[in-house]
Design a protein around this ligand. Structure first.
Ligand code: GLY
Ligand code: MN
Ligand code: MN
Length: 439
């Protein structure tokens, strides 16, 4: 098996190749994310920038990377914090440039304090500069300063890059198709999150508060080696299930209501994103089951539409059609399915897209349309499939459906022959869910 550092180096080589294919090569510069203060001396838990992580695997803050596609060949350069015995006593280990160069497969490494001195040298006489623009404001200023510094050297005979290209255009396309290493990590993330949803079903009981269920999820994430949640967990009971990005997680769970949980861990940088909905008391009521079975039918139909060669948009259309027909059958919408789709009356109950790309970011990098045409699915893409139905109290809605909110979400890898559901182990049918809830 390849060393992980070789894998990152191959990704950097792919970026270098695409820089050369565009023209005369150039310089790529990427910073990692800054540390962010929570209050006074406390920082938010640190997470490297996803693009930087994708290309380096280097975990520390205060780092940047330079790739030179020059006439004398390629150079992979890392800037990072120096070793510092005093700071390491307080805050923990730092690689320092020498060890970082070896371990992360760079040709050269320098202290981050040398960035200002080195960059004008790297940027001189480069036709193009590839860097993220608008990602971090201090970095944008640094890039402007760098270009000015090189221009100031004009009398020494050097020229500054004539164009600045947002490197994310290339990286987004690379990140859209996952390699085997990424897929392995995403399988693990999916498995851990799947276990957390099962644990929530097994333990939840009437009288608990939503935050107690959130604690069960987090317990399962962390005890299995996940580093964090991929996004704040949504634990939404009763009417809260109809709030798409519900955050408070502080309501008491009432027997007979539904609980919608949208939660996934981040495992070694990679997100998972699962939603399940189950009855607080362990048994669906008739109207709850009707809506649940409809959302499940639409989710299964969507999964069938995820295969290579299909358009990303296809499964969104499938979700709308199955749900619209279901709303007619349940007496929630009137007219033919084409009329309901055309007049948009189904949007009273289903108002979001059926999924998104998934990877290092929960709403991952990658275009959904290319020149106005839906992206074609190819093996290695990972996406979520997550139709739902949210029925708020309203005059045109039978009361037995009020506050029924259901979403079912899985993480799906496009394969050569169809798809692989990375979160298939999560209870999903009515029978599976009710069985998981039995105590
Ligand atoms: N959890 C965020 C989403 O489902 O898109
Ligand atoms: Mn999602
Ligand atoms: Mn989700």
């Amino acid at each position: 098996m390849r060393n992980t550092h070789q894998l990152y180096r191959e990704r950097r080589n792919a970026l270098l190749r695409s820089m050369r294919e565009r023209g005369a090569g150039g310089l790529a510069l990427l910073p990692t994310a800054p540390e962010v203060a929570r209050n006074r001396d406390s920082l938010f838990p640190y997470r490297p920038d996803s693009y930087f992580h994708y290309l380096t695997g280097f975990p520390e803050p205060d780092a940047a990377m330079a790739l030179v596609a020059g006439p004398d060949g390629d150079r992979h350069v890392l800037f990072c914090r120096d070793k510092n015995e005093e700071r390491e006593i307080w805050d923990g280990f730092r690689y320092g440039p020498d060890a970082a160069r070896e371990i992360f497969g760079f040709d050269e490494a320098y202290p981050i304090s040398a960035l200002g001195e080195k960059l004008p040298e790297f940027a001189s006489d480069q036709p193009s500069l590839f860097t993220p623009l608008g990602l971090f404001e201090p970095w944008d200023r640094r890039i402007t300063q760098l270009l000015n510094d090189v221009r100031d050297r004009a009398r020494t005979g050097v020229s500054a890059p004539g164009e600045v290209v947002d490197v994310r255009v290339v990286l987004d396309a690379m990140r859209l198709v996952k390699d085997e290493h990424e897929i392995g990590l995403m399988r693990r993330a999916g498995a851990i999150s799947s276990g957390a949803h099962r644990r929530a079903m097994e333990r939840t009981r009437p009288g608990w508060f939503e935050y107690q269920v959130e604690a069960e999820l987090l317990h399962e994430f962390l005890r299995n080696g996940a580093q964090a949640v991929a996004y704040p967990s949504i634990v939404a009971s009763g009417p809260n299930a109809c709030v798409l990005h519900y955050r408070d997680n502080d309501r008491e769970l009432i027997d007979g209501e539904l609980l919608l949980i949208d939660a996934g861990c981040e495992y070694r940088g990679y997100a998972s994103d699962i939603t399940r909905t189950f009855p607080v008391g362990g048994s669906f009521s008739g109207p709850q089951k009707d809506v649940y079975e409809l959302v499940l039918a639409s989710q299964l139909a969507c999964l069938e539409a995820v295969r290579p060669g299909a358009a990303f948009n296809d499964y969104h259309r499938v979700a709308e059609r199955v749900l619209a027909q279901g709303y007619i059958d349940l007496g929630l919408c009137s007219g033919t399915v084409d009329e309901v789709l055309e007049n948009g009356s189904y949007k009273q109950f289903y108002m979001h897209r059926a999924g998104h790309w998934l990877g290092l970011d929960v709403h991952d990098a990658g275009l959904y349309q290319v020149h106005g045409v839906s992206q074609t699915l190819v093996p290695g893409m990972v996406l979520t499939v997550e139709p739902g139905t949210y029925i708020r109290p309203a005059d045109n809605v039978p009361e037995h459906f009020w506050n029924v909110g259901v979403r079912i979400e899985d993480d799906v890898l496009v394969t050569a022959t169809g798809h692989e559901n990375l979160t298939a182990a999560t209870p999903k049918t009515v029978a599976e869910v009710e069985a998981a809830c039995v105590r």
